[in-house]
Design a protein around this ligand. Structure first.
Ligand code: GLA
Length: 393
């Protein structure tokens, strides 16, 4: 499948940009977060994994500073032309803002990018679905630039930080490090237990035996930039500042739930207090969940996934009727070990651990109930955990 697609991409590349010169191919995965949501910008823990689906890039260096982009996912947009002299943070409106942002970041960090490119992309992650199609584009671009210019001193963790820097400063989304890190450090059949405060991490084998990871995509589109994401992040910062007046603590992730209960009244606004509570409890839950998974206590891990969703719904208020319907229907299905929203929320996807023998029925019953209630279909994907970004061939 991969080789056939690459062949098709190459034909398309030649048709759009002509044949001469060396064309190189790259891949970066998407990611799904198993537990630990909205904790990464609070110095807490996350537990994501890279997927085998992701973004493919073909790229060829140019002699001049022109940039030409084409995405097989946005055929109607056609070839987008630009130049390295026109990298304008927060000005770009189409998808090319993601690769351009990473080029700009390389320059900002002192790595000269002095040739333009012809670039063709194809991704098999549903766009804007919460599986990090944008971080995947950032990382495939980072790996391409490192390879093309021989910046071999840059580690994958450096590239993940560049991706985040680019998203924060070029695209204007104040995301944490989870997505870029999960993609950059992806490892087949393993999830990554990451402490976002210190960036220390541990790989945990995901052995689900007779169960699999099923993603349900709500098809409710959301753009992180226009969602309430930045607002939630600011609220957490305000809550932290209020707590710091009564307790010396570096971030919300450093608080235990008991400590939080002692100091929570320092947070004056009750809604903000609820939101901060999620960040603290979710972090604790994530640490517990990873221990359970490592001990092969999959059912107990699943129960914490369910609790995570409830907290995101009732305390953090980032789910919405689409994600709640998918998850609440999933909870009713036989063979479902755990189910929750994943990613930023406000639309996007849910992640469920479902017994293999129950998957067909799960997709049918959750799918039908969703369509009946919401009025349009959800899409389902049984996914596998894959490796990080790489040059292909
Ligand atoms: C988005 C952001 C991440 C993280 C999640 C919520 O995916 O990019 O940094 O904050 O939302 O857990």
């Amino acid at each position: 499948m991969q080789n056939e697609k690459l062949k098709e991409m190459k034909e398309c590349f030649i048709e759009k940009f002509g044949e001469t010169g060396e064309i190189r191919s790259y891949f970066a995965p998407g990611r799904v977060n198993l537990i630990g949501e909205h904790t990464d910008y609070n110095g807490g823990h996350v537990f994501p994994c890279a997927l085998t689906i992701g973004t493919y890039m073909l790229a060829r260096k140019r002699e001049d500073s022109k940039l030409r982009f084409y995405s097989m996912n946005f055929e109607k947009i056609g070839v987008v032309e630009s130049s390295l002299d026109e990298l304008n943070p927060k000005q770009d409106e189409n998808w090319t803002a993601y690769p351009k942002g990473v080029m700009w970041t390389f320059q900002q960090k002192g790595h000269a990018i002095d040739n333009g490119f012809d670039i063709l992309l194809y991704g098999n992650i549903p766009n804007g679905s919460g599986l990090s199609s944008s971080a995947s584009v950032e990382l495939v671009t980072g790996v391409m630039l490192r390879d093309m210019f021989g910046y071999n001193d840059l580690t994958n963790i450096d590239l993940s930080l560049y991706g985040q820097y680019s998203e924060n400063n070029y695209n204007g989304v104040n995301c944490g490090i989870m997505d870029q890190f999960a993609i950059a450090m992806g490892k087949k059949e393993h999830a990554i237990f990451l402490d976002t405060n210190s960036l220390t991490y541990q790989y945990a084998p995901v052995k689900l035996e007779d169960a699999e990871i099923v993603i349900a995509c709500s098809n409710k589109k959301r753009g992180l930039g226009d969602s309430k994401y930045n607002e939630r992040r600011e609220e957490c910062e305000t809550a932290l500042a209020e707590i710091q007046k009564v307790k010396n603590v570096p971030n919300l992730g450093a608080l235990t739930s008991e400590e939080f209960e002692e100091v929570k009244d320092a947070i004056k606004n009750p809604v903000r207090q609820k939101h901060a509570r999620h960040a603290v409890y979710e972090n604790e839950r994530t640490v517990r969940a990873v221990t359970l998974l490592l001990n092969n206590e999959i059912e107990a891990f699943g129960r914490l996934m369910n609790e995570s969703h409830t907290s995101l719904r009732d305390d953090y208020e980032v789910t919405g009727i689409e994600l709640d319907t998918l998850v609440e229907q999933a909870w009713k299905c036989e063979g479902v070990i755990g189910s929750r929203m994943t990613g930023a929320g406000f639309g996007g996807c849910t992640v469920s651990i479902v017994k293999t023998e129950a998957i067909d029925n799960f997709i049918k019953t959750v799918g039908e109930a969703y369509e009946k209630k919401i009025g349009y279909k959800a899409d389902f994907y049984v996914v596998n955990i894959g490796d990080g970004p790489q040059r292909l061939e």
